[in-house]
Ligand binder design. Sequence first.
Ligand code: IMP
Ligand code: MG
Length: 179
Amino acid sequence: MESTIKVNDKVFKVFIKADTIDAAIQKLADSINKDTSEELPLFLVVLNGAFMFAADLLKRVTVECNVSFVKLASYSGTQSTNQVRELIGLNESIKGRSVIVLEDIIDTGNTLNVLLNSLRAYEAGKVRIATLLYKPDAFQGDYAIDYVGIEIPNDFIIGYGLDYDGFARNLPDIYKIVD
Ligand code: IMP
Ligand code: MG
């Protein structure tokens, strides 16, 4: 693993290593397994960023469940924008279902706010949120986040699903921007 990498015009350094990510995911899986064994939950993965987290988490989820995907986008370059675009919508029957939303990272919280409104409109049952990463200093939402893997400062990061202009999603470790 390189400790410093360049992606397009920016330099990033290693921030969270794969084994730390792995341990955080195991803890999340343990909690989710304990809380949802009776519910037949529907895991709703927010693409693109959450694909790697979802794959690693769901391999450790032992409760009977369904898995589906939505695609939302709000980030442009290294900035969150207020405009959230729904690129692939909800296509499962959501009404009355216990839903667990899987996110790679919650920053301002705008993206999930849009998704939570849709879930309400479709009359979902109990909705929980599980995110691998959370930036508490950036969060502006007024909803609770049920499961948080790792809290991080308000810095731009890449790797493990997270991208900078489409690059670096494939990296197994998480890197932080060097400014
Ligand atoms: P929010 O709407 O501001 O909460 O941003 C959430 C979405 O923006 C996440 O699902 C990510 O896809 C993306 N995002 C937020 N912070 C970062 C970051 O530091 N690096 C890469 N993508 C990010
Ligand atoms: Mg995301």
